[in-house]
Write a protein that binds this ligand. Structure first.
Ligand code: HEM
Ligand code: HEM
Length: 251
């Protein structure tokens, strides 16, 4: 059993990786195997934080801070992992799809960061414009904000799926030991299982409602929510002025 776990995936090949490649792999797994999935998981299921008295208290920043901390650090780690592999001495690894998959994930990661940075203004009571009005790309769900949400969600989930294939193909080409892919399968399996439970509990709440409440008069609540399986709560009796607002830039 232990022998099998420690043995390389392909017994016919060596698992002889140098310092650059082993750190490339560890850092990329931390970035895309751990931080990115955790950041997405929190953004999807914790828009309303545990214990938050929604809709009396709106716009909880738990998901927002976690998402940015996870995704920015994953991006920085990815650049480090990339630098390591680009400066690695020539290696005797199997050729395969990893090169193409790896560069696609790098490109999509860049799209996500740029999309996040150029998503536009927030608006609403917590980030009013210079004239004091509540106008803002998110509050008004302008075409810019809609484009951000469609692009960010589709590119984000595509990157997540591709990163799984990238990690497995990298492990295969470098002929990593069996315990590595087995641990990753258990970790991803656990995350998928937990996502199914939280999805069934209706915790994938629409961002707009989580931030500004369910008042149907608000501009964003008159539109179809963006994204698959996103829940909108039908509630007529929680007017926005009852909520506590403090200036909180972002989202
Ligand atoms: C590697 C980088 C990133 C990836 C892979 C990523 C991925 C995602 C995904 C898949 C979602 C949708 C979650 C859901 O189903 O509700 C999401 C939501 C979001 N992300 Fe990111 N993200 C990244 C970086 C960023 C950055 C840097 C920012 C902002 C500075 C950002 C801002 C947001 C916002 C505002 C939402 C909520 C969108 C909405 O529900 O309307 N993301 N992200
Ligand atoms: C999502 C995570 C990962 C990304 C984004 C990624 C990205 C990349 C990129 C862009 C290259 C090509 C560099 C060049 O142009 O020469 C590369 C090469 C390589 N990576 Fe990764 N990598 C990831 C995870 C891994 C893992 C977990 C391993 C496992 C040991 C690994 C092993 C390799 C190997 C063996 C090469 C050289 C062989 C080849 O280019 O086909 N990578 N990686």
């Amino acid at each position: 059993m232990w022998e099998w776990l420690l043995a390389p995936m392909d017994a016919a090949r060596d698992h002889n990786v140098g310092w650059h490649l082993s750190w490339h792999a560890r850092i990329m797994v931390l970035a895309w195997g751990v931080l990115v999935p955790l950041g997405i998981f929190t953004a999807r299921y914790f828009k309303i934080a545990p214990g938050q008295d929604w809709p009396q208290t709106l716009d909880h920043h738990f998901w927002w801070n976690t998402h940015r901390i996870c995704q920015y650090s994953a991006f920085a780690l990815m650049l480090l992992g990339l630098w390591l592999i680009l400066t690695a001495p020539p290696m005797a690894t199997l050729p395969g799809p990893h090169w193409f998959l790896g560069w696609s994930v790098v490109a999509l990661g860049l799209v996500q960061i740029l999309g996040g940075l150029f998503r536009g203004t927030k608006g609403g009571p917590t980030e009013p414009g210079p004239d004091g009005s509540w106008r803002g790309d998110h509050f008004d769900m302008t075409p810019r904000r809609k484009a951000f949400e469609y692009l960010h969600k589709s590119a984000g989930y595509t990157a997540l799926l591709l990163s799984v294939a990238t990690i497995f193909s990298g492990l295969w080409q470098a002929n990593g030991p069996n315990w590595m892919w087995l641990t990753l399968v258990m970790w991803w399996g656990g995350l998928i299982g937990l996502s199914v439970v939280l999805q069934r509990r209706g915790m994938a709440i629409d961002t707009y409602q989580a931030i500004w409440g369910p008042d149907p008069k608000l501009p964003g609540n008159q539109l179809k929510p963006i994204g698959f399986g996103v829940r909108r709560i039908e509630q007529q009796d929680a007017p926005i002025h009852r909520a506590e607002h403090k200036p909180t830039p972002g989202q």
